[in-house]
Design a protein around this ligand. Structure first.
Ligand code: DLZ
Length: 164
């Protein structure tokens, strides 16, 4: 089922895997905290709506989006019972090339974790030109990408089980 551009309320919830026994990790960057907290809330609320219990959700914070790579790697190693991890960050374009390096680094780093290790890491990093675009996608007029990441995490957790 195609899900692009929809928020959870538009999803066919009857098509969602049974998630009540799944365990999830969320690694949250502190940079642009107003945005990443909105993304975290969207993800957390959607996991709960799908039956995941509080005890099966673990959260770690890291300073910036670049640190999501190491945070997710250590979480994979520390909690090998997790079914999926969601990496939450917000990178906003500034006047220097830092934006490009952080975006490329975190994208490639999380891609590498998905290749190297068995617990799927879901990419929930907004890469926006300005703060308004980030607000619009973290609980604003274009929905909440954290919620979409949680739906993806549940589906990938089920895929991992089915593929074993
Ligand atoms: C340095 C930096 C800059 C300029 N912008 C962002 C940003 O928009 N979003 C974000 O998550 N992190 C940013 N950072 C911090 C880097 O991710 C990282 O924390 C530092 O470069 C230290 O490794």
């Amino acid at each position: 089922m195609a899900t692009q551009g929809k928020n959870l309320s538009e999803y066919d919830k009857s098509q969602m895997p049974e998630a009540k026994n799944f365990r999830f990790g969320l690694v949250v960057a502190e940079w642009n905290e107003n945005i990443t907290e909105g993304l975290f809330k969207g993800a957390f609320d959607t996991l709960k709506e799908n039956g995941v219990i509080n005890e099966n959700i673990v959260r770690w914070d890291v300073p910036g989006s670049f640190e999501l790579i190491y945070g997710c790697k250590k979480m994979q190693q520390s909690y090998d019972m997790l079914d999926a991890i969601i990496a939450i960050g917000s990178v906003i374009e500034g006047e220097t090339k830092h934006f490009d390096f952080v975006c490329q680094g975190v994208t490639q780093g999380i891609k590498d974790l998905n290749i190297q290790n068995d617990i799927p890491v879901i990419f929930c990093v907004l890469t926006d030109q300005n703060m308004q675009q980030a607000i619009d996608r973290s609980g604003g007029k274009f929905g909440n990408k954290g919620s979409e990441a949680a739906v993806t995490a549940i589906k990938m957790a089920q895929l991992r089980i089915d593929a074993k």
